[in-house]
Design a protein around this ligand. Sequence first.
Ligand code: FES
Length: 235
Amino acid sequence: MSALTSRSSALLRTCARQRLAPIAATSMAAQRRGKADQATSSFDSPFRGETSSTKIPSFASYKSSKGETSNKVFQYFMVGTMGMLTGVGAKATVQDFLVNMSASADVLAQAKVELDLSAIPEGKNVIIKWRGKPVFIRHRTADEIKEAEDAKWESFRDPQPDSARAKKPEWLVMLGVCTHLGCVPIGEAGDFGGWFCPCHGSHYDISGRVRKGPAPLNLEIPEYDFPSETSIVIG
Ligand code: FES
């Protein structure tokens, strides 16, 4: 029994020696490599031979050889220049944004329409297109003006005096859109010598006021102005 125990112990020692041999060899190789690295490395460890681990680098080589005033002038110049460039860039960006967001030239051209009134003879209608809608411009005669002004407008469906509908009595300017369902009325037609809408039979007088039929309101008056005696600007 004791012979068996001693043989087992010898076997275990042999195995342990065989396993430890490569580890020891690896460790020794690593130590040798470390020594070789130390001999050839240019790394200056801040911890070697120092009592403190803090190593403050020297910035002496970066120090300006010029005076304080000269340095400040340069710094102010750089800050001012950068600020100016940033301001110019910001202004250009905002300007581009606003230009992109504003109405294009063709939209602006449609926003206002100017017309030469001298080309429209008395007693005639002209229809122009403004913002996609027809606009009636009538050069009224003296008789038509008298008829429009003398009408008993207080009893009309949409009571309005002629003076509230025409800035100049001889020029009547209205949107050519029926206030019932949006058809375009026909000029110089209907029971009141004004406009007639054939869609459902609405009659408008010579001031564009609804007098008969289903339309609830008078023909709408757009924004307009007379910049001179012979011209009108609509819009
Ligand atoms: S749309 Fe003009 S009367 Fe109906």
